[in-house]
Each structure stands twice: as C-alpha cells, then as structure tokens.
Unconditional design. Structure first.
Length: 131
C-alpha cells in the first residue's frame, strides 16, 4: 500500500498536470475540506464537505489561469504537510503569502479524507506533527 505522502504526491501531481479527474479519484467523496477565505486579511477557517465543493474551487482557480506546483510534501503517518506555489495567487488575496498555500492533508485507506488550509508553514507543520 502506498504511503500517505505517495497518495498526496500522486493527487497533487495529477492536479498540476491538469488532470483534475485523476486527482479527484484519490479524494474521498465525503471529504472534509477547510479553507481560508482569500478576501479576508486573517481569515477564520471555513469547513466544506464533499469532493464536489473541492472540484468547484479547483475549477474556479483553473479558470483564473492559476497553475500550481508542489514545493514540499512532508508526512507523519496519515498527516501530510503540503506547500503549494501558485504564481499570481496573491493578486486575488487580501493576505499575501508569496503565492503559497500551506495545507495539512489526512489520508486513510489510500484516499484523501481531509484537507485543512493553514495560515503559514509553521501552523501546518504543527497540525501535521512534522518539523
């Protein structure tokens, strides 16, 4: 069975290549997705449920011409820290992050079951239990 890091690398790799369908096959249908509203300077997390909401958000990002690439994947068991660079993302945000997103992904039984956006790498590393 692949490690949690392998699953996350495969999912993000598919998304980076523009293969959203392949990415979503690695996401549980009942995904719990926590995101940070980009229009707020220091946003509180908002929780969404279901793979469809993630798909809609990723399609919207793609329609804005934003393309992401993974800079870092570090795992500890089922928790994985992911740093993603999306050139031009800060143009659409109140809070600037050098065009980066910091996420903690939870993997169980080979599927992404949770995705939590964090304000910075330190917060993500703490939640993921990595340094």
């Amino acid at each position: 069975m692949p490690t949690s890091e392998d699953v996350v690398a495969e999912a993000y790799g598919a998304y980076t290549r523009g293969d959203l369908a392949a990415m979503l096959k690695l996401v549980a249908t009942d995904l719990e997705w926590t995101y940070l509203d980009p229009t707020v300077d220091y946003p509180s997390p908002h929780v969404c449920h279901g793979r469809q909401e993630l798909q809609t958000a990723l399609e919207r990002q793609g329609s804005m011409g934003l393309r992401s690439r993974v800079e870092e994947i570090v795992g500890d068991g089922d928790q994985v820290l992911v740093v993603v660079h999306t050139p031009g993302a800060d143009a659409h945000r109140a809070r600037k992050t050098n065009d980066r997103n910091y996420d903690v992904v939870t993997v169980r039984d080979g599927l992404i079951v949770a995705l939590r956006a964090c304000h910075d790498r330190r917060e993500a590393a703490s939640l993921a239990g990595v340094d």
